[in-house]
Design a protein around this ligand. Structure first.
Ligand SMILES: *Cc1c(COP(=O)(O)O)cnc(C)c1O
Length: 357
C-alpha cells in the first residue's frame, strides 16, 4: 500500500528501524538527553525563541488541543474560535465542555478567513483566540498573519493548532506572537501516532502557572517541571519519542525546516500540476502544502477512495460526515516521492479510461 492520507503517514527507514528495536528503560541520563535535544530542535523549527518551552504529551493531537484549553483558559476568559470544519468544531466542543465562554466564527467549507470576519470583534473584551492554522478536513490554510495582527492589536492570547502544517508551511511562532503551538507525531513529523508536541511562549508559561488544571495526567505544570530535566511525569510513548529524535536530527542535517517545507511544496505542486485533466476540482480557497482537497465532479468521493484502496493498493484520504461523497484529500506529508504520485495519477487515469470517473 502507498499511503497518501494525512496521518498516520509513511515513515522513512531510519524511523522505522527504531520501531523494530526494544523499547529502552527511560529514567536514565541518556533518555533525558534525547528529550532535551528534542526540545531544542522543536524550538528551532517552530522559531519560538529562547524563552519558550516544549512539552511532549503522550496522546494524539486532539489530546494536545484539550491540554492547551485545560491548562490556560478559565470561565473568566472570552474566546474567539474559527470553525471551518471538523477540527474547528473540535475546539468548539472542547470550549463548551470546559465551560469557556466563546464566540464562533463559522466558515463555509473551503472558505478562507478574511479581515471582514474579524472586524466585528475588535475591542470587544475578548481575551483569547483559537484557530486550526490549517483546517485539514477541508484543506483550508488560514491567513495566520491576519490572525496574528488581530491578536496583537487586541492583546489576545493565541492558541494555534498547527497539527497538520508544522514542517509543511512557514510558521514563525515568536514573530507571530503565538502563545501555544500544537502538533502531533503522525502528521509531517512522519512518526507513529501517540505524541502531541506543544510549544509555549513566556506568556503561556505564566498562564499555566496561574491556572488550575483539573486533570492530573494532562497537567502541564507537572509536564514542564519534569521536562526541565528531560523527563515526563508518567511513562511516555518512549519508542515514538526516540523516533521523533531521529527524524528531527535528519531534518536538521538536511537543511532544516525551510528545506523540509520546500520538499513538501515540491510534492504538492508536482501532484497539483498533473491532475488538471481529471474531473476533480480543488475545493479550498487557500491551500497548504500538506494536502490537496478535491471534489470529484462525476462520482462519489468515497467510492473513489474505496476503488483506489481495493483495486490499486493505495490510500487516499476520505472525508467524513456531510463531506463523505463530495470531498477526498490527497496528502503530501510523510515519506513520499514523485514516483509515488505517478502511480496515483496513473490509477486516476485508469479509472477515467474505464469510465468510472
Ligand atoms: C490530525 C489533526 C488533529 C487531530 O489529531 P489526532 O491526532 O487525530 O487527535 C487536530 N487538528 C488538525 C488540524 C489535524 O490535522
Amino acid at each position: 500500500m502507498i499511503n497518501f492520507t494525512v496521518g498516520p503517514v509513511q515513515s522513512n527507514d531510519a524511523v522505522r528501524a527504531i520501531g523494530a528495536e526494544q523499547v529502552p528503560y527511560f529514567r536514565t541520563a541518556e533518555f533525558s538527553e534525547l528529550m532535551l535535544e528534542n526540545e531544542t530542535l522543536i524550538k528551532k523549527f517552530a522559531k519560538s525563541g529562547e524563552q519558550s518551552r516544549v512539552a511532549f504529551m503522550t496522546c494524539s493531537g486532539s489530546g494536545g488541543m484539550e491540554t492547551a484549553i485545560m491548562n490556560t483558559l478559565t470561565p473568566k476568559d472570552k474566546a474567539i474560535v474559527v470553525n471551518g470544519g471538523s477540527f474547528g468544531e473540535r475546539f468548539v466542543e472542547l470550549l463548551t465542555l470546559h465551560e469557556i465562554p466563546f464566540t464562533e466564527i463559522k466558515l463555509e467549507p473551503g472558505k478562507a478567513l478574511k479581515a471582514e470576519h474579524l472586524a466585528p470583534y475588535e475591542n470587544q473584551g475578548y481575551t483569547t483566540f483559537l484557530v486550526n492554522k490549517h483546517e485539514t478536513s477541508t484543506g483550508v490554510h488560514y491567513d495566520i498573519n491576519l490572525i496574528s495582527d488581530f491578536c496583537k492589536r487586541n492583546g489576545l492570547f493565541l492558541i494555534v493548532d498547527t497539527i497538520s502544517t508544522f514542517l509543511t508551511d512557514p510558521f514563525n511562532m515568536e514573530e507571530l506572537g503565538a502563545d501555544i503551538m500544537i502538533t502531533g507525531s503522525q502528521k509531517a513529523l512522519a512518526c507513529p501516532p501517540g505524541i502531541a508536541v506543544m510549544v509555549f511562549s513566556p506568556r503561556a508559561l505564566k498562564r499555566i502557572e496561574e491556572t488550575k488544571c483539573k486533570c492530573q495526567y494532562l497537567d502541564l505544570k507537572l509536564a514542564l517541571k519534569n521536562q526541565e530535566r528531560g523527563q515526563t511525569p508518567w511513562t511516555p510513548a518512549v519508542g515514538i519519542l526516540r523516533q521523533i529524535n531521529v527524524r528531527l536530527k535528519q531534518i536538521d542535517a538536511e537543511g532544516g525546516v525551510e528545506a523540509e517545507i520546500a520538499r513538501t511544496a515540491k510534492l504538492a505542486n508536482y501532484f497539483r500540476e498533473r491532475i488538471k485533466d481529471l474531473p476533480f476540482e480543488i475545493v479550498s480557497e487557500s491551500l497548504s502544502n500538506a494536502v490537496t482537497p478535491l471534489h470529484p465532479t462525476t462520482v462519489s468521493a468515497y467510492d473513489i477512495f474505496l476503488k483506489i484502496k481495493d483495486e490499486y493498493g493505495m490510500w487516499i484520504c476520505p472525508n467524513g460526515g456531510s463531506m463523505k461523497d463530495t470531498i477526498f484529500r490527497v496528502g503530501h506529508i510523510g515519506y513520499l516521492t514523485t514516483a509515488d504520485y505517478d502511480k496515483l495519477i496513473a490509477a486516476f487515469h485508469d479509472l477515467k479510461n474505464k469510465g468510472f470517473i
